[in-house]
Unconditional design. Structure first.
Length: 155
């Protein structure tokens, strides 16, 4: 029942956000992400602003915050509930303390007419594993912004 409800909400979002294949002019079916969408070019400053409300990520180096924000933005743009979105700093992949993490989308709904999606976030950094959940909402500019986030056990 929960998967059906999530599927209906995703379908609504896809139809309302105009998930149309530009080459064929065909809308994707309910529950299908928009694989033809390529990630938007977003400035580093904008990505940092989008990620500012992350309670888990505020102590990460700026490069890691940008990488995490890009991963979340891409996942929210496609609405892919079947996969997680992982990030890490490519130049530090072999370093034991290199920050890395992932996002998993949970539920979608409209709040005051604005699309919002809840998510889980996990971060591995300096021998610490941080886990939490939050909510991102789409701004008028089309960017998804974290509006609230809580480490597990705090709410």
């Amino acid at each position: 029942m929960k998967k059906v409800a999530i599927g209906v909400v995703i379908c609504t979002f896809l139809l309302q956000t105009g998930c149309t294949d530009p080459d064929r002019g065909v809308r994707h079916q309910c529950g299908s992400p928009c694989p033809h969408k390529t990630p938007e070019k977003i400035s580093r400053t904008s990505l940092l602003e989008v990620y500012r409300a992350s309670a888990l990520g505020r102590d990460l180096p700026l490069a890691a915050q940008v990488a995490a924000s890009r991963a979340l933005q891409d996942l929210l743009e496609t609405g892919d509930y079947d996969h997680d979105s992982r990030w890490q700093l490519p130049h530090l992949t072999e370093h034991r303390h290199a920050p890395k993490g992932r996002f998993i989308l949970q539920t979608a709904r409209r709040e005051k007419g604005v699309p919002c999606i809840t998510f889980k976030q996990e971060i591995d950094y300096s021998d610490k594993k941080l886990k939490g959940h939050g909510k991102a909402c789409q701004s008028a500019s089309g960017l998804w912004r974290i509006v609230e986030e809580w480490p597990y056990g705090t709410r």
